[in-house]
Design a protein around this ligand. Structure first.
Ligand code: PAF
Length: 283
């Protein structure tokens, strides 16, 4: 079957309703485009686990708290569509901003509790309100059985699970492992904006995270955090935004190592004006 592209919401819904009536299960991968192997692995999981896979491409303005970041976000629609076709994705949804945000706007204010108040939520005010808004709209349109998100944006994954719980939305939320370049750099659409020298240095982020994991026994959480911050800042191409060690389900910051608790180290590093995010399971 050849891949179909929809930009109109109602055409897509009509098509999906027919498929659902014929008993087809629907997997969904929402993206902002500039697709890389991280997205491809989500789409391949969806293709394996569902009859039909829908990928949306929409650079969502409401989740950018910085207008330069929105403007500079890479947009590669033609290449994305070719790539999706080559891996046998079934449907692509490419709505306009006007269609997703009809005027006058009606804003939903979400209350995600403490998982929104730390790290990306604290550093990028309004970001998760924007993510919640667009993901809820997309889920309401596509009504998927399963939806796939990468663990690189781990806090986003928890927010979307909470959104789905609060609004009884249809899909199972499936978190997929981080896909990395051979040198360890987590794949991201933003990597394409690094200069050659920055790109050569960028794997130092992963190396520092692995060092932290190996040295848990030797440091308190606070001292390990300081050590990671110092190591990152010692690289002249990098500036640490935060390194935080938090409990995996609540994102409550770890003050003392407790046994039988899963901790994740979360990092954001700026290289020039490119903001890179990664995380590592510590225990
Ligand atoms: O992770 C992303 O690419 C975006 O935040 C998402 C989930 C597609 C919502 O715009």
């Amino acid at each position: 079957m050849f891949m179909r592209i929809f930009s109109d919401i109602y055409d897509l819904q009509e098509h999906l309703n027919k498929l659902r009536k014929n008993g087809k299960s629907i997997g969904f991968v929402p993206t902002m485009g500039a697709l890389h192997n991280g997205h491809i692995s989500l789409i391949k999981s969806s293709i394996t686990e569902n009859d039909i896979t829908v990928c949306s491409i929409f650079v969502n303005p409401t989740q950018f708290n910085n207008s330069a970041d929105l403007q500079n976000y890479p947009r590669t629609m033609n290449a994305d569509i070719e790539l999706l076709d080559s891996i046998n994705c079934d449907l692509v949804f490419t709505p306009t901003v006007e269609a997703m945000y009809p005027k006058p706007e009606t804003e939903i204010l979400f209350n995600f509790g403490t998982i929104e108040q730390v790290m990306e939520g604290k550093d990028r005010p309004g970001h998760f309100q924007g993510v919640g808004t667009i993901v809820k709209k997309l889920f309401d349109i596509v009504e998927p059985n399963n939806a796939y998100f990468g663990k690189k944006d781990y806090q986003q994954l928890l927010i979307i699970k909470e959104l789905t719980r609060q609004y009884n939305l249809s899909p199972n939320i499936i978190g997929c492992e981080i896909i990395r370049e051979n040198d360890g750099l987590a794949m991201s659409s933003r990597n394409t904006r690094l200069t050659k020298h920055q790109r050569d240095e960028a794997p130092f982020i992963r190396k520092t995270m692995l060092w932290a994991k190996e040295n848990i026994e030797n440091y308190s959480p606070n001292n390990l955090t300081k050590e990671v911050e110092n190591r990152i800042n010692s690289n002249s191409e990098m500036r640490i935004t935060y390194f935080e060690i938090s409990e995996a389900n609540t994102l409550i910051k770890c003050e003392n190592w407790e046994s039988n608790t899963d901790y994740i180290g979360f990092i954001v590093v700026e290289m020039g004006d490119v903001r890179l995010i990664d995380n590592i399971e510590l225990f």
